[in-house]
Write a protein that binds this ligand. Structure first.
Ligand code: 3HC
Length: 541
């Protein structure tokens, strides 16, 4: 088998195939680009030119550079044109029978030392290899969408794969400027097994009808810091692809969390496949609906912030900078809150156990005597927003007798902005919740009103995803480093799942999962044994 790849063929010129062509051309490797008809081959060329044109527009490439790149590709509908290339990458639709039939044909067309790679998202590379006469030259080379941007290439080996071939493809990926992760042949490999399960869970949350698509997406983008929300990302990947990967993973594992959600199945049946068909969870047509104006509600212009933390002081500063008259109460003082319109209570919560009985609540109340006196001057209808979704009942009842209490979880700022979750209280005041949301919006903090469920939205999305990653290490399939590389380089995460676990603390993650389990009783939610492993902390570096 050749160890030097100087020419490449790509079969299937959809979004992924055309992106892969671009990657090779940019690395100076000429490409024979094949699709099933001249029209499809021309369409693939169109995708390539459109992508390069975007870069010309952004000043990253000049027109001569674009033309030179396109000139290095030959577009054809003839598989026979691949007879002399060093490597063929197949990127046709995810149907095993289509792929095996192509590989069987290729086997007879290409040189004996040609490497055959599949860009399958989740199908068995072993089964594809077994359809050829030389399965030892077949390997998985899995790129991520958009291929020209995302650095991950999963190199998937099978029981047949020649060791030298693994090294050739790994080095080639590095030459292409990519980050290779070498893994065995398991449904979904590393990145899709984690990502698509997370997307399916998010779709299931959306399916409940209790959260808007924008709130759900912003919870992931702003609350977690992922580059896209799960519904926007599903639309980008294609809902048919998301469903296919779910089907393959469910078939392989019979794990309910991998099964395609009913809504996803319906959308695929209805042909709403995401961006490529103009409609998925969002509408990409010319008459795409504008998001509802969420910030039109009345907001507070005079806010009191009670705090004993730096975070609370920083929040007070943020409100002030936004032009909201904000009084900071972070040490004993007298005064009046007569004209205050909203109180933000950002006192560090005691251990949950400290509120076990009335005596503890009483102790805390006395500690807060000066705060209590101030709160007594508050007009009765003024809401008190407490920045601790768990402690609000106890603290709220004691400190703001009769005042509407709103529980809030404020997340640290991420690249996309700052996100807060306002816990919907069916017994509580709608007006108070809206006032808190509108006031935060004025200070540049996006909020969503969410149901009082374990983990609210952000942790419900993130912690189960982290648990899946921990279970993957536990199963011996991939290492902590490989998983972190896969998710940062393949899905644009600002940090990998294990870096998130290190940041949040393994106890916090495992504790949150146990709460989620108590509520859902789903086995997949139970904290992975990895969290109990004495080596877990070491693995986090
Ligand atoms: N083709 C080529 N380049 C593109 C592109 C595309 N389709 N989309 C974006 N880019 C380039 C832009 O030109 C820009 O380049 P520049 O910095 O040189 O100007 C750069 O990418 C950043 O783009 P934008 O500023 O427009 O937007 P963002 O910063 O929001 O990045 C994103 C866009 C790269 C798509 C980012 O949101 C992201 O990483 N999202 C996550 C995508 C993801 O998870 N993909 C994996 C899906 S799973 C998969 O593919 C496996 C399959 O088997 C299912």
């Amino acid at each position: 088998m050749t160890s030097e790849i100087k020419s490449v063929g790509v079969i299937g010129l959809g979004t992924m195939g055309a992106g892969i062509v671009e990657v090779f051309l940019k690395a100076g490797i000429p490409v024979v680009a094949v699709d099933g008809s001249t029209e499809l081959a021309e369409r693939g060329k169109g995708f390539l030119v459109a992508s390069l044109d975007r870069q010309v527009k952004r000043g990253r490439l000049d027109e001569a550079g674009r033309d030179a790149l396109v000139g290095q590709a030959t577009f054809t509908d003839q598989l026979d044109d691949l007879h002399d290339v060093d490597l063929v990458i197949e990127a046709v639709p995810e149907r095993l029978e289509i792929k095996t039939s192509i590989f069987t044909k290729l086997d007879l067309i290409v040189r004996d030392d040609c490497v055959l790679a599949t860009n399958t998202s989740s199908l068995s590379v072993t089964q594809i290899a077994a359809a050829t006469r030389h399965p030892e030259r077949v390997i998985g080379m899995h790129f991520f969408n958009p291929a020209p941007v995302l650095a991950l290439v999963e190199v998937i080996t099978t029981l047949f794969t020649d060791d030298a071939l693994v090294e050739t493809i790994r080095s080639l990926a590095v030459e292409l400027g990519k980050k290779p992760v070498v893994v065995g042949d398991r449904a979904g490999f590393v990145a899709n097994a984690l990502l698509i399960t997370y997307l399916a869970r998010a779709i299931r949350i959306y399916e409940t009808g209790h959260v808007s698509r924008e709130d759900l997406d912003d919870a992931a983008r702003m609350g977690i810091g992922f580059p896209m929300g799960p519904l926007t990302l599903s639309d980008l990947i294609g809902l048919d692809v998301v469903k296919e990967v779910c089907d393959v993973m469910y078939e392989a594992t019979k794990e309910p969390s991998s099964a395609p959600p009913a809504l996803l199945q319906q959308m695929v049946a209805a042909g709403r496949l995401g961006r490529k068909t103009g409609r998925g969870f969002y509408d990409y047509g010319s008459e795409a609906e504008a998001p509802a104006d969420r910030d039109a509600a009345t907001f507070a212009t005079k806010v009191a912030v009670f705090t004993d933390t730096d975070e609370g002081r920083a929040l007070a500063a943020t409100l002030s900078e936004a032009g909201i008259a904000t009084t900071l109460f972070d040490s004993p003082q007298e005064g009046s809150l007569a004209d205050t319109e909203l109180v933000l209570w950002a006192i560090a919560a005691d251990d949950a156990d400290d509120f076990d009985d009335d005596a503890d609540v009483e102790r805390r109340t006395q500690e807060n005597a000066w705060r209590g006196e101030l709160l007594a001057t508050l007009a009765p209808s003024v809401p008190v927003a407490i920045l601790d979704p768990n402690a609000y009942v106890e603290i709220g009842n004691e400190l703001a007798d009769g005042a509407p209490v709103v529980a809030l979880r404020l997340h640290a700022a991420t690249k996309a902005g700052r996100f807060a979750e306002i816990v919907r209280d069916p017994e509580g005041s709608d007006t108070a919740e809206e006032l808190v949301a509108a006031t935060l919006a004025n200070a540049g903090i996006r909020s969503a009103r969410v149901r009082a469920r374990a983990g609210l939205l952000v942790d419900a999305l993130l912690l189960q995803h982290l648990n899946d990653a921990a279970n993957m290490v536990e199963s011996g399939y991939a290492s902590v480093d490989d998983i972190d590389t896969a998710m940062t380089a393949g899905c644009g995460y600002p940090q990998g799942p294990f870096a998130y676990i290190a940041q949040l603390g393994p106890e916090y993650v495992a504790g949150g999962l146990a709460e989620l389990y108590d509520e859902t009783r789903q086995p997949a939610v139970w904290p992975s044994p990895w969290f109990d492993d004495a080596n877990a902390a070491e693995q986090l570096g």
